[in-house]
Design a protein around this ligand. Structure first.
Ligand SMILES: O=C(O)CCC(=O)C(=O)O
Ligand SMILES: [Fe+2]
Length: 311
């Protein structure tokens, strides 16, 4: 039981999400704050910190408190002087795109194709597209703890001993099929920088200690040790199951909000409902789950033991 209550969380909905109102993230936080935020991240999956005023460096420093930050091997869309910060934007200045304009526009889990998986994604939005008084470009989430809980017993039994292969190229190729997309096929060098990774189908979440279904439509390509047609059928079943509306939470962006989400217990999707003249600018850090997995990989999580709290 936690004895500290440093952070006030106001839940958004039954399924996912909470707002944290009493923290100024431009100021250094104590270890106890960080531990409490990790507990809340596991519990609510998506945390919004409204009305922040952060420099790129402050975003990087806050994010780095939770684990090692990812640096994209291609070096694309990095914030100037901060390789750990990626820019998501459709703004073009002096013929130069400020960032990636179509990141994450289909259901996926960040970095599931990596041996070291991601713990959390942290986004700070300063330009949010608007139309008729409503913000556009929502980020949507699905609760993979709840999906696991609802899996029929026989499916849990089959998946319990199975691993799934995740491949970066699956999402890339899907995006290439979209009308107007100009992405070239990945080069061998790019493929070698992100070789597919294998993880248990049912992961123990290192913060909650509960199981989640770790199988996302964006990157999961194969259930290992099943005949190919059974693997395909099972994946389709798992994707259809998780796409039910009851697992969905849609976050509507507010200017200057920081949004932090759990990349083990949720999947997400960026809604592309705004045009090129409806500008969006978000800076983003990817926190890897370095504090929760060692060389034994995702089959062997290090369960969360709060250091900063009297647990
Ligand atoms: O732009 C967004 O809303 C989310 C994009 C995304 O998938 C990501 O940042 O990982
Ligand atoms: Fe993503």
């Amino acid at each position: 039981m936690l004895q500290s209550d440093l952070v006030r969380a106001i839940p958004f909905s039954e399924i996912l999400g909470a707002r944290i109102e009493n923290l100024d993230l431009s100021k250094p936080l104590s270890e106890s704050h960080i531990d409490e935020l990790l507990v809340l991240l596991g519990r609510y999956g998506v945390l919004e910190f409204p009305a922040q005023s952060l420099t790129t460096q402050a975003l990087r420093d806050f994010s780095a408190r939770f684990g090692k930050l990812y640096i994209s091997p291609g070096g694309r869309a990095q914030a100037k002087g901060f390789p750990e910060v990626m820019v998501l934007s459709n703004i073009v200045k002096d013929n130069q795109a400020l960032g990636l304009k179509d990141a994450g526009q289909s259901w996926h889990t960040d970095m599931s194709y990596s041996k070291t998986i991601a713990l959390a994604n942290i986004l700070y939005g300063t330009v949010i597209p608007q139309r008729d008084g409503r913000a556009l470009g929502d980020t949507q989430f699905r609760n993979m703890h709840a999906v696991y809980d609802d899996l029929p017993k026989d499916i849990k039994h089959i998946l319990d001993s199975k691993t799934i292969t995740h491949d970066f190229n699956k999402f890339w190729e899907m995006m290439r099929t979209r009308p107007g997309n100009t992405r070239p096929a990945l080069s061998d060098q790019e493929k070698n920088a992100r070789t597919p990774a294998v993880h248990p189908a049912l992961l123990t979440h290192p913060i909650t200690g509960q199981k989640v279904l770790y199988a996302n439509p964006g990157y999961a390509i194969q259930i290992n040790d099943l005949p190919a047609h059974e693997s395909e059928e099972m994946l389709e079943y798992l994707f259809n199951l998780q796409l039910q509306p009851k697992y969905l939470y849609s976050y509507q962006w507010k200017k200057n909000s920081l949004l932090m989400w759990d990349n083990i217990g949720t999947t997400h999707n960026a809604v592309a409902d705004y045009g090129p003249q409806e500008h969006r600018y978000i800076e983003r850090c990817q926190v890897m789950a370095t504090r929760f997995y060692n060389d034994a990989g995702t089959s062997c999580p290090i369960l969360f033991q709060p250091q900063g709290l009297n647990a």
